[in-house]
Design a protein around this ligand. Structure first.
Ligand SMILES: [Zn+2]
Length: 339
């Protein structure tokens, strides 16, 4: 069982924060909550960075609260106090022990053992599985029977990002609740309320592909400064002012997944530039000069080869690769691209 406070820190929000683009999903399940007929296994699916995990937490609170009002936990009952303290015995988080690792069968067995006990607070029991696609095959198989027959007043909330594949045996046993990317007109005022300055808003929304919680996370981690540094380093390699090894030494301490995703976007822009010879469809408009310089020096096949390598490295992140070697490999490819 993990600390609920950590779960909220992870999604950056206090439990009472309203997310306007979740209202359709709340409206969808509210009648079931009121009639106590909520499906016992719910798959919360949608793009990354729009608050699915937060929705799962709020729904868990609503299910565990002794005096809920509509879609909300009361915030005052004994159960709510335990949730706020992060010590509620009937809420379990099933998640990887380390960020990129798998959820293992040992963890599923522990959850199953807990579920054999009576609910300690005399109400519902909730298991949040996040991210569900990180369950390995043995863990997933061990869970199947419980998803079908979870026991009285027990709920599984599975959080799934669309970009990753999910076992059909899992998804077929769940009712689906689908989340979509909010409109920019909805995301902008919400992000302003949460402290993102007007001058950073558009770039952060662009970098997060419009996902507000991801944009908020990037703001808190000063991602704009990091992105600037990456681009300065890539330009320095392009101009032969720094070596790939020097840069890799710096980059290995940075969040690798974010670097690779951004780099992927830059290479896609490079492909667009090579294919159309026009800058109209380029997403990263602020780096057009760099892209044009690289484009003039390289072939489309080399860019595709680098894209392939980058995608393989992205997939390999689950295996916790050597960061220095990974960065070096890609930076040497970048170096060769601009030879
Ligand atoms: Zn309550």
């Amino acid at each position: 069982m993990t600390d609920l406070t950590n779960a909220y820190n992870h999604c950056l929000l206090q439990w009472s924060v309203e997310i306007p683009w979740h209202q359709p999903q709340w409206q969808q399940i509210l009648p079931y909550l009121q009639q106590q007929r909520l499906p016992h296994a719910l798959l919360l699916q949608g793009p990354v960075g729009i608050g699915k995990a937060y929705f799962a937490e709020r729904l868990a609170w609503r299910l565990l609260c002794h005096k809920p009002v509509d879609q909300l936990a009361c915030g005052h009952c004994k159960s709510c106090k335990l949730l706020q303290a992060g010590t509620h015995p009937d809420l379990t988080h099933l998640q990887p022990e380390e960020k990129m690792y798998a959820i293992k069968i040992k963890q599923v067995r522990e959850v199953k053992q807990n579920l054999q006990l009576t609910a300690l607070q005399g109400g519902a029991r909730v298991v949040i599985i996040n991210p569900v696609m990180q369950m390995n095959i043995n863990a997933a198989n061990a869970l199947l029977k419980h998803l079908e027959e979870p026991g009285n007043n027990t709920f599984f909330l599975l959080v799934h990002r669309w970009s990753a594949p999910l076992l059909a045996t899992i998804s077929s046993r769940c009712q689906k609740l689908t989340f979509t990317m909010p409109a920019v007109s909805e995301a902008r005022p919400w992000l302003q309320q949460h402290g993102i300055a007007e001058e950073q808003l558009d770039l952060l929304l662009q970098l997060s592909s419009g996902a507000p919680l991801l944009a908020l996370d990037m703001m808190k981690q000063d991602a704009i400064t990091m992105r600037h540094k990456l681009l300065v380093d890539l330009t320095a390699i392009f101009r032969r002012q720094k070596t790939p090894t020097q840069v890799a030494d710096d980059w290995k301490k940075l969040p690798l997944e974010r670097i690779l995703v951004w780099w992927h976007h830059w290479l896609i822009d490079l492909v667009k530039l090579k294919m159309t010879d026009s800058t109209i469809n380029i997403c990263n408009q602020d780096i057009i000069k760099l892209l044009e310089h690289v484009s003039a020096k390289t072939s489309i096949m080399s860019v595709y080869a680098m894209l392939d390598a980058l995608q393989k490295h992205l997939q390999s992140l689950k295996q916790n690769p050597n960061a220095q070697l990974l960065c070096e490999d890609l930076l040497f490819r970048w170096h060769a691209l601009t030879a």
